[in-house]
Structures are given as C-alpha cells and as structure tokens.
Design a protein around this ligand. Structure first.
Ligand SMILES: N[C@@H](CCC(=O)N[C@@H](CS)C(=O)NCC(=O)O)C(=O)O
Length: 303
C-alpha cells in the first residue's frame, strides 16, 4: 500500500485529532507542512480546490475532512477500532458537538484579539460576507459561557468513572472532542476554563498520552510526485439507493456547507451514505480520486 501522507500544520486542532488517531492505531506516516492561510497551491492541486486542514493522501487517493480521513484510516488499520459496535449515532452526535465547540472556541479567541491580521483576513474570506470583529469582541464573554456548558456536560458524562466519553471503549467521539478541548489550556483567553472540570481534564491527559505514531517530514513536492506516480485505488461503486439518482461517471460538484465553501468538481466514482468520491485530474498530480463526507457537504450535478 502507498504511504500515508498527512497535509497539515502543527497548530491545527483538527489535524491534532488525526495525528492522535495515527498514534492510537500505531501508524507510521509522512507529514507535509501546509501554510495556515491561502494560497496553498501544493494542496489545492491535489484536492481540486478544498483548502481546509487536514487532508490525507494515500497515493492518488485524497481524503478531505477528518470524518473521511478517520474512515480511511480505519480501512488501513481496522484494529484498534474507532467505531465500537452500537456507538455509531452517539459518536456522530458528539462529533457534531465537537464541531460546534471548535467554532465557539475560535470565535472566543478571535474576540480576544489573539490572532494576527493576516490570519483574520484569510478566515474572513472563508465565511460568506465575512464576520464582524466588533460583534465578536462583544460576544467574547458569551462564547466562554457557551463553551463552559459543553465542558460541564462532558465532565458530567465521565462521572461514573468511565475512561472514555461513551464508556470503557475509546471511539472517534473521543478524538473529535479532543480537538476543541486540547487547545483551551494553551490560549490565555481560555486557559482557566477547563481546570474546574477535573474528570474532563484527566481525560484530556489520557488522550494526550496516546501520541502521534511514527511521523516523518517530507516536502510537498515529494507528495505531489507520489500522487503522479500512483493510480487511484478506489473501486467504482455507486450506492444503488442514491437519493438523487447519481450514477457512476456523472459530473458532480462537492463543497462544504459551513465555511471554506470551495467547490470541487469531478466524475462520480464512489458513494455510500457516509462518503462520496470524484475523479479529477491536474497537470501536476495526474488523475486523483478525491473523497468527501456526505454530512455537512453539498453535492450537485454539473461543474
Ligand atoms: N470539517 C472539517 C473542518 C476542518 C477545519 O475547519 N480545519 C481548520 C483548521 S483546524 C481549517 O481548515 N482552517 C482553515 C485552513 O486551514 O485553511 C474537518 O473535520 O476536517
């Protein structure tokens, strides 16, 4: 099998979720550092326009979004699992809560004036119409209150002495919630939020101790060369129950629905209730298949 290549930057909490999954599954992986702001030409030539962090590359298969990356890593190394039986719906609910917490934390930190102007200008462009910095400053105390509700609920969930959020077995929800909880103590504006929640703070320590697996840095050019030298391995399979009647080979556009609304167009190769994958090509990478989750994404026919 081709190497696992993670396109990411160290400060990305979503990337941290995946680095920790690498550690949990005992995986060796290659690391390509990408810029924190646009442009990211060495990433978007692989994804077709998707700019968020992280992205996983396995040869000429490109996995966008941590939901799809987690599924891909589960295929590569099924044990230990991220999806213990009968946790599927609860895992999704907690992972959606993690996404909401991430946004609360980012808005709190923006409101606290922690980010440099170049970063704010870039993130403004990810949201249609941008965001109002004055309003964020006013909302800062409320964002801390909102975050605290989630922290209190998560701490209470651990009150029976369980080791992980859904019981004794770790699952993807633990890695998803780790994303926003991991960086709270490191930012001055949110540093004191977690400390009163002792069970959650201890869970965070347990999660941190998992580590990142075996990481080796490579250059972006090496990752692009690896894509060019490989063929996508995704087999053609389109869900016979596709609600919109999509068929293999249809021209489909996929884009996130929340922020960073960059559309990616290609020919449909694979779909199931959780995932959709399209084939596209770029002079630098050759033919690639780009995978997206269905949850939180729009798909439509045409380019
Ligand atoms: N739903 C996405 C969200 C990823 C996300 O928002 N990542 C942040 C960084 S932590 C991002 O992309 N920021 C803009 C960027 O890096 O260009 C996922 O699960 O991967």
């Amino acid at each position: 099998m081709s190497e696992l290549i993670l396109h990411h930057y160290d400060l990305s909490p979503y990337a941290e979720k995946i680095r920790l999954i690498m550690g949990y599954k005992g995986l060796a992986w290659k690391s390509v550092q990408i810029p924190m702001v646009m442009p990211k030409p060495d990433l978007t030539c692989l994804t077709g326009g998707y700019r968020k962090t992280p992205v996983l590359q396995i040869g000429a298969d490109i996995y966008c979004d941590t939901k799809t990356i987690a599924r891909a890593l589960e295929c590569v190394r099924p044990q230990p699992t991220l999806y213990p039986q009968n946790c599927e719906a609860s895992e999704r609910a907690l992972s959606s809560m993690a996404d909401a917490m991430f946004l609360m934390a980012v808005f709190a930190l923006l409101g606290a004036g922690l980010f440099p102007q170049e970063f704010i200008d870039d993130r403004q462009k990810m949201v249609p119409g941008g965001f109002d910095m004055q309003q964020l400053k006013r909302a800062f105390p409320a964002k801390l209150d909102q975050l605290r509700v989630s922290l209190a609920a998560l701490d209470a969930q651990l009150s029976d002495g369980r080791h992980f959020l859904l019981g004794e077995k770790i699952c993807l929800a633990d890695f998803s919630i780790y994303n926003p909880v991991s960086f709270l103590p490191t930012a001055p504006a949110t540093a004191s939020l977690l400390a009163p929640f002792k069970r959650l703070a201890a869970w965070r320590e347990r999660m941190t101790s998992i580590g990142h697996g075996e990481r080796t840095e490579i250059a972006a050019a090496d990752a692009i060369a690896a894509a060019k030298a490989s063929e996508p391995t995704t087999e053609t399979h389109v869900d016979p129950n596709e609600p919109n009647g999509y068929k293999a080979g249809d021209r489909i556009t996929v884009m996130p629905e929340d922020y960073g609304l960059d559309p990616v167009a290609g020919e449909l190769v694979y779909s199931d209730p959780y995932e959709i994958a399209i084939r596209r090509s770029d002079p630098r990478t050759g033919e690639v298949v780009v995978h997206f989750p269905r949850q939180g994404y729009l798909t439509f026919r045409g380019a």
